[in-house]
Design a protein around this ligand. Structure first.
Ligand SMILES: [Zn+2]
Length: 152
């Protein structure tokens, strides 16, 4: 693994994205800067990636449950790992091929862990779409997992 300069956690806008090249980091920044999406601001992708990783690296072998958050503001929304995954998808859809491939490799590896550590929701298809970021479009597959309502 490449050595990475350590940067303080919590300052995604100033730093780089762990595991990504400088070039891709700049490409992500650029996409975020141009964003007119309420949930995507500079640093959003780094934050989403961190939230996704933190969710998946909880110790133990018990299943993990994504949790809805009571507040839908741009900051709180990231606490729902599914929203963080939405943001990663949003960025992936806007990157050019080379940068997209780089970020995609990281996300795909995390997706495999997500599928392993969460449980399928047999009733997912009956629920109305809940993704804040994707609006009325059908929820993507990462919403089809058993979750906890807010406040559990
Ligand atoms: Zn909030």
């Amino acid at each position: 693994m490449r050595a990475e300069r350590s940067r303080p956690e919590g300052f995604p806008a100033s730093g780089h994205l762990p595991g990504l090249s400088h070039r891709t980091t700049l490409a992500v920044r650029d996409v975020e800067r141009r964003s007119e999406e309420y949930y995507v601001r500079p640093g959003a992708t780094a934050l989403a990636l961190r939230r996704y990783r933190v969710f998946l690296t909880r110790s133990g072998r018990r299943p993990l449950y994504p949790r809805s958050v009571g507040c839908s503001c741009a900051e709180c929304a990231f606490q729902d790992v599914r929203h963080s995954r939405d943001v990663l998808e949003w960025t992936l859809e806007r990157l050019r091929r080379r940068s997209r491939g780089e970020l995609e490799r990281l996300v795909t590896a995390l997706d495999a862990v997500y599928l392993k550590r969460t449980l399928p929701d047999p009733f997912a298809a009956r629920r109305p779409p809940s993704s804040q970021l994707r609006g009325p479009r059908p929820d993507p597959w990462w919403y089809d997992r058993l979750s906890e309502p807010p406040g559990w």
